[in-house]
Write a protein that binds this ligand. Structure first.
Ligand SMILES: [Zn+2]
Length: 472
């Protein structure tokens, strides 16, 4: 029996495709969610209908930090395993952006040209997206304080996630970072019939001495006592336990062992299942937080039946997505771009920069809606790490002066801070501060990153404002 075409869905897809072409003609390429917005007006159930037609279903990746990298890694691994993967790109992780991605990859009659989808979702959109796409695997990276003006306190996000997880179907696999106490509580509260796959870091040499003031969610979810750590890794993530003895990190099903941080060049580690190492990972995205991302992606892939050698091969050639540690050549210097958007993520980027050889550093701070309008996060970020930084520091963007003041309070001598309000001018200046053939670091917020990329495109250093830079 042939199925009658879904006319409402077809109309929504026609609308999406028409809107997409129109935005292209207007010169607004990637990242726009307009086609999705228009299509969802015609058929609000578009995402769910298309998701149901994917032969191998949908994986949803959510978390405050690293979801774009993790989703892209997982998509790369599944592609290397021979599957056709639908992955929504950076900046389109709200419902309408996801609808746009699905619509672009479907025929007018609603046949998706993919086997499986890896969908990253914004924290706020997570409940609605999960309800719509009914994923068979959910990967939860972490929950940090982020964009308070959009989502309110961490606990309100956690309680909405709890509601979303309460409604997932039996048989769903929940892959989650066991180093995050909040996620452990959520996983524990999820309904019976869910397969829980905790992952976490094994013993390593890069622990933090104490919680930074950006860290949150450090109270025991059972008794309210502040948690303690056998090893603290990133923000509030680590091998945690409650001193009263009523709560502790569950044993990870997958752990990262033999972790080696290779400066700005990347990370290497082994993935162990239980206590048995079974796959080596070397990947070009740096920092301990990227060990978490690669571990989460590996755990999800192996759970789906992907061979360890495929995981190794895919991550070895992984290229960081849009703005997550990208390298671009400008005037004979190598610029490393790293997005900063919240205290924990920014602290990890600062940790990287301050442990790598010193190089001229440019901070670009905007406060448009996509950045979060509230720049108080600058005060929760440990810019104190830059107090003795042995290379020039410059600031740019709409809130350049706020950044300069923050640096001054962090102990950076005023005479060492250069304010260059225009981002294009600041890029040229930071490149020229570096010796020919050497490095400079550029750390922008989201919309400042777009301005950075537009400037680099104008200078001929980047072919496409939206595409990931070539590997260098
Ligand atoms: Zn407790």
């Amino acid at each position: 029996m042939t199925r009658l075409p879904d006319l409402r869905l077809a109309a929504a897809l026609a609308t999406a495709k028409g809107t997409y072409r129109a935005t292209q003609l207007l010169g607004r390429s990637g990242g726009t969610a307009l086609p999705g917005l228009a299509a969802e007006r015609v058929d609000p159930r578009l995402i769910g209908k298309l998701a149901a037609r994917l032969p191998e279903g949908v994986i949803v990746v959510a978390g405050t930090n690293g979801k774009t990298t993790t989703a892209r890694m997982l998509a790369d691994i599944l592609t290397t395993a021979g599957k056709t993967v639908l992955n929504n790109g950076a900046g389109s992780n709200l419902s309408r952006g996801i609808a746009a991605s699905f619509a672009r990859r479907s025929s007018l009659l609603g046949r998706p040209d993919a086997d499986i989808a890896v969908i990253e979702t914004d924290e706020g959109a997570f409940p609605a997206v999960v309800a719509a796409v009914r994923p068979h695997v959910i990967v939860l990276n972490n929950l940090f304080r982020d964009q308070l003006d959009r989502y309110g306190e961490l606990n309100s996000v956690a309680s909405r996630w709890k509601g979303a997880l309460a409604a997932i179907a039996p048989g769903t696999t929940l892959v989650f970072d066991a180093d995050d106490p909040t996620l452990c509580a959520l996983a524990e509260a999820a309904p019976p019939g869910i397969t829980r796959i905790p992952f976490g870091l094994g013993p390593h040499a890069y622990t933090l001495p104490e919680l930074t003031h950006a860290a949150d969610a450090v109270l025991c979810t059972k008794c309210g006592t502040p948690l303690a750590y056998h090893a603290l890794s990133v923000g509030h993530l680590g091998d945690w336990y409650c001193p009263t003895g009523d709560n502790a990190r569950p044993p990870p099903a997958f752990s990262a062992t033999n972790i080696r941080l290779l400066g700005m060049e990347g990370v290497a580690f082994s993935v162990s299942r239980g206590d048995v190492p079974f796959c080596d990972v070397t990947t070009s995205v740096p920092g301990l937080y990227n060990v978490y991302n690669a571990l989460g992606a590996s755990a999800a892939a192996v759970t789906l039946g992907v061979a360890p050698a495929t995981v190794t091969a895919a991550l070895r050639t992984f290229v960081a997505p849009f703005g997550r540690i990208e390298r671009v050549a400008l005037r004979g210097r190598r610029l490393t771009l790293a997005l900063i958007k919240n205290p924990t993520g920014a602290n990890e980027v600062l940790r990287l920069v301050t442990t790598a050889p010193p190089a001229p550093l440019l901070l670009c701070i905007n406060d448009l809606i996509a950045d979060g309008r509230d720049v108080s996060w600058l005060w929760d970020t440990d810019f104190e790490m830059l107090a003795d930084y042995a290379a020039p520091i410059s600031v740019s963007g709409i809130r350049a002066l706020d950044m300069a003041i923050r640096l001054k309070y962090a102990g950076v001598a005023e005479s060492r801070i250069t304010v260059v309000p225009d981002i294009a001018d600041a890029l040229v200046a930071v490149a020229e501060d570096a010796a020919a053939g050497s490095d400079a670091y550029v750390l922008p917020t989201y919309t400042a990153m777009l301005a950075v990329r537009e400037a680099l495109h104008t200078f001929g250093a980047l072919r496409d404002v939206w595409a990931t830079a070539e590997r260098r």
